[in-house]
Design a protein around this ligand. Structure first.
Ligand code: ADP
Ligand code: MG
Length: 683
């Protein structure tokens, strides 16, 4: 066989290149827009005599002698002296022979590291060492955000060469820019390679005009892409759905075992008004855990079904989907609606029948997990899609849902529901065209949940408390954390706690529920607990959303410090659903980091999901708040909506005019900033 006959080998991609791609650093412009976190000043040589301990210093000195010590452990120790006769000790716990060679007596070196006071005088541990003859850089050295597989030095080189190649001409007409900001080209060069005298503080706190320019660019690109998505959506058509007199909507309302709260009525009207328009609804229904979003969804479904269209309701987990299914069957089947049930675990004949009912239109309402959007599911006439706990769905899944519905000339209406409220500034800037309805009131008769923090050492007290609750006929949840890297460990934890509680509570039925159990077993455990036969349910976070057992009065969350705030709030919402006073115990393992302490305290101090979301935003910042899955790469990288609100206002003001008068410039701006990300913004 000749070499020429061999198939072409795939071009090898190095690990750092792969890591760059993962960070979204694909085009030159992406690298040029990857900005430093901070800088190191390697342009100056410090005097040892004037240097402060605790600071990073760069000094030049000559090696007097260098040897390997074995006590207290093996290490390389070099004694240096600078031109003024000041001594300096260098210490390396791990070292290569090449390093040892570079530190030979007589070598004149430039070393950079944190200066400490040591036993033998001042020293540096693991400093960066170069020959003193190395040229001093003419700019500050940027330190970039990176990942473990992408060495800083590699990234630095890649950025520097991309910066030289990237097209950085001005795209924006001068009149849209805030006054006094440098050109993009000047701003980027300054940020990547600041001159030694640059105002470091304003670079690092990002208040420098060069940063302002970048943030404005980003905010404007984001506003433009939102406006574009909004306009595209405005061209779409959807079926006009309205509630008929004496129709399903009215009959469902009359059949409910309770009356709607004022807030439910108000948001219900907002949704109903959207449905009557010939344009697809794009609305987020937010309301705290237990505020009664499901019935609002059911009423919207009733309107769609009554108008001759189908409705799909998706939930992120099978358990939650099943809860919805049962509730909706209870409410709607007596009124003559066929409700279909579709999840991944539903296979075979049952599934086939369901698919037929969905395809023929016989099923007015389809409830399920993401299985509802799988390829083989075809709707006869889908008019309304409802996504519960929308933040738990990936953006890709939401896009697939919309695509599915695109088969018809008409788009369906979309209602998203969430118990994790999106703060107003976030809603406005990330989802320019998302309408938001808020249920700001709980149904009457709820008693607020009291939240207590306990160190894990007081586990026995907590178990005694469970004993009391069970003796009073109440029910208890015990939640163990999901450790993402190790499902096995997670399971071990839950199983062990389950065994411990079984032993400690001999008279009670203690059940176990975790993600690896087959669907039928999960459903059986849930049914026992919901029916009141099982008193204590040990669960991993599979119960996080939507489970509704009003007799549960105590929730224990183990390793509470490992959960996110919104997750804790969701979990806590599983109790306090009836009139009985309820308690949530957050068990934590000491010592807590300051942030963890702050977070748990926020939980104990507030039971208001909106307040908790606000604190979460404060503690973590908006990027993380939205969660990586939801944010995709679409979110703002540089701008802070609170601190940069003046820039945001400016961007919001000029974006519509730019789009109308200079569409090519607007498109180029979006392309430059968001080329690979626009899909996310449409979801
Ligand atoms: P969430 O907003 O968390 O999804 P649910 O829709 O599950 O809340 O409602 C929580 C509980 O409150 C359910 O048992 C539901 O039937 C009940 N509920 C909803 N609305 C009312 C109301 N207006 N009055 C009394 N109970 C209600
Ligand atoms: Mg719910």
């Amino acid at each position: 066989m000749t070499i020429a006959a061999m198939p072409e080998a795939p071009r090898a991609i190095s690990a750092p290149q792969r890591a760059m791609a993962k960070l979204g650093l694909l085009r030159d412009i992406d690298l040029a827009l990857h900005l430093p976190l901070r800088y190191e000043d390697e342009t100056r040589i410090d005097r040892l005599a004037a240097a402060h301990e605790g600071d990073t210093q760069q000094v030049e000195a000559t090696v007097a002698e260098c040897h390997v010590e074995f006590r207290p452990r093996r290490q390389l120790v070099a004694h240096l002296v600078d031109d003024e006769g000041e001594p300096l000790v260098l210490r390396f716990l791990n070292f290569y022979p090449s390093q040892q060679k570079a530190l030979a007596a007589g070598a004149r070196l430039r070393v950079r590291g944190e200066l400490r006071g040591g036993f033998l005088g001042r020293e540096m541990v693991h400093p960066v060492v170069k020959p003193a003859s190395t040229a001093l850089p003419s700019a500050l050295t940027p330190v970039y955000p990176t990942s473990a597989q992408l060495p800083q030095a590699y990234l630095r080189k890649a950025v520097a060469s991309a910066l030289a190649r990237a097209p950085l001409h001005e795209v924006l007409p001068a009149e849209v820019l805030p006054a006094g900001l440098p050109s993009l080209q000047v701003a980027l060069h300054l940020l990547h390679q600041p001159a030694p005298g640059a105002a470091l503080a304003s670079l690092e706190d990002r208040s420098h005009p060069a940063w302002q320019r970048l943030k404005f660019e980003e905010l404007l690109a984001q506003q433009l892409s939102q406006l574009t998505a909004q306009r595209e959506r405005a061209l779409l058509r959807a079926p006009a759905l309205s509630a008929a007199r004496g129709g399903l909507h009215e009959r469902l309302l009359a059949a409910l075992p309770f009356t709607l709260t004022a807030a439910q009525r108000r948001v219900g009207e907002e949704v109903a008004a959207d449905l009557t328009r010939g344009q697809p609804m794009h609305r987020l229904l937010q309301g705290d855990v237990g505020s009664g979003k499901t019935v609002v969804a059911a009423l919207a479904a009733a309107v769609a079904i009554d108008s001759g269209w189908q409705c799909a309701l998706m939930a992120p987990t099978e358990i939650l989907a099943e809860q919805h299914f049962r509730k909706l069957v209870d409410w709607l089947e007596p009124l003559g609606v066929t409700v279909a049930w579709l999840t991944g675990s539903r296979k075979g004949k049952g599934r086939k029948q369901m698919l037929e009912a969905v395809a023929s239109g016989a099923a007015g309402l389809v409830v399920g997990t993401h299985a509802v959007i799988q390829h083989d599911v075809a709707f006869a006439k889908l008019g309304l899609a409802i996504v519960d706990e929308q933040h738990r769905f990936g953006v890709a899944q939401r896009l697939a849902l919309r695509d599915k519905l695109d088969q018809q000339a008409l788009e369906p209406h979309l209602l998203m529901m969430s118990a994790t409220p999106i703060p107003r500034t976030l809603a406005m800037s990330y989802f320019a065209d998302l309408a938001v309805s808020t249920i700001d009131e709980l149904p009457p008769g709820r008693t607020p949940v009291v939240t207590k923090l306990f160190a894990d050492g007081r586990r026995d007290d907590v178990i005694a408390r469970i004993h009391d609750e069970v003796a009073q006929g109440k029910q208890v949840y015990w939640v163990c954390p999901l450790i993402e890297e190790s499902e096995a460990l997670d399971l071990h934890n839950a199983t062990e706690t389950h065994a411990q509680l079984c032993a400690a509570l001999p008279g009670a039925m203690v059940g176990l529920l975790h993600g690896r159990m087959p669907g039928a077993e999960k459903a059986a455990a849930m049914a026992l607990f919901a029916g009141g036969r099982m008193q204590v349910l040990v669960a991993t976070t599979v119960i996080e959303v939507g489970v509704d057992v009003p007799n549960a009065s105590l929730m224990v969350i183990e390793h509470a410090e490992r959960f996110g705030l919104s997750q804790l709030h969701q979990l806590r919402g599983r109790v306090g659903r009836g009139a009985v006073a309820s308690v949530c115990v957050l068990l934590y393992t000491a010592p807590l980091s300051p942030t963890a302490k702050q977070r748990l305290r926020a939980m104990a101090e507030s039971s208001d999901g909106f307040e908790i979301a606000r604190r979460d935003l404060e503690i973590r910042g908006p990027g993380e708040f939205m969660g990586a899955r939801q944010s995709g790469a679409a979110l703002l990288r540089f701008s802070d909506l609170g601190a940069d609100s003046a820039l945001l206002d400016h961007a919001r003001r000029v974006a519509p005019r730019l789009l109308a008068e200079r569409p090519a410039a607007a498109a180029a701006q979006v392309q430059r900033w968001l080329a690979s990300r626009v899909d996310y913004l449409k979801a």
